[in-house]
Design a protein around this ligand. Structure first.
Ligand SMILES: *Cc1c(COP(=O)(O)O)cnc(C)c1O
Length: 420
């Protein structure tokens, strides 16, 4: 605490504004946002203000709304399942992606689960290294009347032809409507990029639905529907909200029929219960997402440059780097980066030394999630074939909105305090 306070005193104003309220992370119960600002602090424990009951003038008005699942004021006839604020968020994301419509859910994972539940595939093609909670849901949930979906893994950097061959095989066992091709690009933590357009084309030829987790790029860097993908999912917990205080996820569909199925499923599963406060934040913050992503990207580049020249750095994983095997596809599809990069430390370094370095960091917080204002660090250990991963200790960094110079000063002081 004291070391952190002393270090922060020497930082630039933008960094101090972000970190001053969270100096004592234990007192804040681990929250990286202050609990209530100014006079609101006294009320902040009341939580988000949503309204469950939606009132109607007459019974006939209510019955019409109940049948349609819509209130005349916007939102649903029952306020828990969808608010007018959620409607506004959906309209905005549908427009941002050029889709027929969108749903908003209470988390990114809930959006993924709603998409899977809505189409109940018997077979899902997934990339190696898929975001773990999404994999766990697919592996454990009974999606269709026949139970769990069969999962077939394709290489995270697959070509369209590779996935096409798997689809040909699948076609002998499953109908196209029972099959789904699921993409996540770049893949969490290791950032491989497949041939997105080639995979979308192979799936389209076979009449198979495609879904893409677009959280890394956000609509700012990539619009999956423009590249032939049927449904785009974004964990808006990350860049769209931008400050770690908008737990939510959206799914945007290209086809009217798909959005109708998603809306029906949303109502059935209750995943549309997103607080109106979260929706209001998201609705406005998304407008600043590009400016924030550009700043995150520039800061991440400065941090990667710091790691670059160091003897303890074995590899830096980021598709933005010219030496990445995924750089050509990155340029083709995304064209610009974000806050994330992964550092594989020299495999000769004892794990404890790397841990001591991470613990000596004063601005980078050890925490899950990413895409927010606070810089973060976390070990990468995806459940996948270890042969596809770097050998040394591997950590993912999220470059926050602090001043890059302060973050580099933090890396410098940690490297002095806990030499690698
Ligand atoms: C964080 C994340 C999600 C899930 O979002 P939550 O809001 O945390 O449920 C989904 N996909 C990816 C790639 C993510 O990083």
């Amino acid at each position: 605490m004291r070391r952190r306070e002393a270090f922060l005193a020497g930082c630039r104003p933008a960094t101090r504004r972000i970190h001053a309220p969270i100096l004592d992370v234990a007192a804040a119960r681990g929250h990286l946002n202050p609990r209530g600002l100014g006079r609101a602090r006294a009320f902040s424990d009341l939580g988000s203000l949503g309204q469950s009951s939606v009132g109607f003038e007459t019974l006939a008005d209510y019955e019409a709304a109940d049948a349609a699942g819509r209130a005349p004021y916007g939102g649903a006839e029952y306020g828990v399942v969808q608010s007018p604020e959620a409607d506004a968020v959906c309209a905005k994301f549908a427009a941002l992606h050029g889709g027929a419509g969108a749903i908003v859910c209470a988390s990114g994972l809930a959006a993924i689960a709603t998409v899977l539940d809505a189409f109940a595939p018997k077979l899902v093609l997934i990339p190696e290294g898929l975001y773990f909670p999404a994999w766990r849901y697919m592996a454990e949930a009974n999606l269709s009347e026949t139970g769990r979906a069969a999962l077939v893994t394709y290489p995270a950097g697959a070509s369209g032809a590779e996935v096409g061959a798997l689809l040909d095989e699948a076609g002998r066992l499953f109908a196209p409507a029972d099959t789904m091709v699921y993409l996540e690009a770049p893949v969490s933590g290791t950032f491989e990029i497949p041939d997105i357009a080639g995979i979308a084309a192979a799936a389209a030829r076979a009449g198979i639905r495609t879904v893409m987790d677009n959280t890394w790029g956000s609509h700012v860097r990539f619009r999956p529907l423009d590249h032939g993908i049927g449904i785009a999912v974004q964990a808006t917990t990350k860049y769209e909200g931008g400050y770690g205080d908008t737990p939510s996820g959206v799914a945007v569909a290209r086809a009217e029929a798909d959005i109708a199925r998603l809306r029906r499923r949303l109502r059935i599963g209750g995943h549309g219960a997103v607080s109106p406060q979260t929706c209001a934040r998201l609705f406005h913050r998304v407008d600043g997402a590009k400016a924030r992503l550009d700043r995150h990207e520039a800061t991440a580049a400065a941090l990667m440059a710091w790691f670059e020249g160091k003897a303890f750095t074995a590899r830096i994983l980021s598709p933005t780097r010219a030496d990445s095997p995924h750089h050509a596809r990155y340029q083709q599809y995304f064209g610009a980066g974000n806050s994330l990069f992964t550092v594989a430390f020299d495999e000769g370094l004892p794990g404890e030394r790397v841990h001591a370095f991470v613990d000596a960091l004063l601005l980078f917080r050890v925490a899950e999630s990413w895409g927010g204002h606070v810089s973060l660090v976390l070990p990468v250990h995806p459940r996948r074939d270890p042969a596809t991963l770097p050998k040394g200790a591997t950590f993912r960094f999220n470059a926050g909105l602090e001043e890059a110079g302060d973050l580099i000063a933090d890396l410098e002081q940690a490297a002095r305090a806990a030499p690698l």
